[in-house]
Design a protein around this ligand. Structure first.
Ligand SMILES: [Zn+2]
Length: 390
């Protein structure tokens, strides 16, 4: 197993810091020769040779087959493991649960993604997830290092317990990660959904070069993740970011949190799909709404504007408070028309401090929840190997 003691043949902190620097470089730049890694990390060539040897021995890094021509003698390309080790991401959402396996380079292993309906019962949920991970572990024929689990709602940062899930109350007080660990014998890290999405955007997506950004996820509930000065804001216990449960309509609809008129009830995929379903006279998912609109069978006049107005309010709030370089938007409603984001920005302009909005990009993120769960699992694998100097 990938316990720290195996890498800790040389347990010095400096060695661990250097190990982490090599991993960060490979994650950021892709396959590299030893010479390239030396240049990128400023670690001396003899030390680099030792570090790469350790990482190869540990199954964290693999060597490419063919030498590539470089200045001087041909170099071997090294990359994060794809064959010897993998991680699994589990995304529990309101209706569906996704299980995906990926190499340590974060790339999903082909054919290793499964989507099952989310049973609203803890034992059934565990029973729905575990066989797929066992099957994946057998067929990948590599070591499963970590499982990254995301669950909507408030997660206790210290224990991974679900404290309160407004849309999946059967998980309130449950430590799903512990249950999965007990069944599978693999360590499990539980992340708040938006934290995982931010990690995915930082590792694989639009936020690679950003130190300050806000991610607004309206795909199920209304979630927010904030990275400020390079750090994800957790609050004292990990509950920070619940903008979705701020009341914006005094006499609004009941919300899963127990209050009324929360932003979540008016500015999400769900809110738009609900209003569109009422107009169409039949239940529609957000994907079906988008399709109906594209086919010209459904008009959203009035309905869409209301949702965009509240989304603009959310953008204006986060821009005024956090002064981010970017606001990244995640949700299905952005599929409905190409210009949804610019319509939100236009509205936000009327209610936001102008200098703050001028320095902020608002865009759709390419990050998705399975990539978030994978990024969370990898974060823990790397953390066991060595810390990062901030
Ligand atoms: Zn609420």
């Amino acid at each position: 197993m990938g316990s720290p003691s195996r890498v800790a043949a040389v347990p010095a902190l400096l060695r661990r810091l250097n190990v982490r620097r090599v991993i960060e470089a490979l994650q950021r730049h892709g396959p590299c020769t030893r010479a390239q890694l030396t240049r990128l990390t400023r670690i001396s060539p003899p030390t680099m040779s030792k570090l790469v040897a350790i990482l190869v021995r540990e199954g964290i890094v693999e060597r490419g087959r063919k030498p590539v021509p470089t200045r001087g003698r041909p170099g071997i390309l090294f990359h994060l493991a794809k064959k010897k080790a993998h991680v699994v991401g589990v995304v529990v959402d309101i209706h569906e649960t996704t299980i995906v396996a990926a190499g340590l380079d974060g790339q999903p292993l082909s054919g290793r993604q499964v989507v099952v309906p989310t049973p609203h019962d803890v034992d059934q949920l565990v029973a729905a997830i575990v066989p797929h991970i066992r099957h994946q572990r057998r067929s990948a024929r590599s070591e499963l290092r970590y499982i990254g689990l995301t669950v909507p709602g408030l997660i206790d940062r210290a224990t991974g317990r679900v404290v309160f899930s407004p849309n999946l109350h059967f998980l309130d007080g449950v430590n799903l990660g512990e249950r999965l660990k007990k069944e599978l014998g693999t360590p499990v890290a539980t992340f708040q959904e938006e934290h995982a999405l931010c990690l995915a955007a930082q590792r694989f997506g639009d936020a690679k070069n950003l130190t300050d950004f806000v991610l607004l996820d309206v795909s199920a509930g209304f979630g927010m993740g904030v990275v400020s000065a390079g750090r994800f804001i957790t609050g004292s216990t990990g509950f920070a970011g619940e903008i979705g449960h701020i009341r914006v309509q005094l006499e609004g609809r009941p919300c899963g949190c127990g209050n009324r008129g929360c932003l979540e009830t008016v500015a999400t995929d769900y809110a738009l799909a609900r209003a569109a379903s009422e107009r169409a006279g039949r239940p529609l998912t957000i994907a079906q709404v988008a399709e109906e609109v594209r086919q010209g069978r459904l008009a959203l006049d009035g309905i869409l504007e209301d949702v965009l107005e509240y989304l603009a309010l959310a953008v204006s709030i986060v821009v005024n408070i956090f002064n981010p370089q970017a606001v990244l938007l995640h949700g299905g409603l952005f599929e409905i028309e190409d210009n949804i984001v610019s319509r939100i920005v236009e509205r936000a302009r009327r209610m936001t401090m102008r200098p703050s909005l001028e320095v902020c990009q608002v865009l759709r993120t390419s990050a998705n929840k399975p990539a978030g769960a994978i990024a969370g699992a990898l974060e823990r694998v790397w953390a066991e190997l060595g810390p990062v100097l901030q």
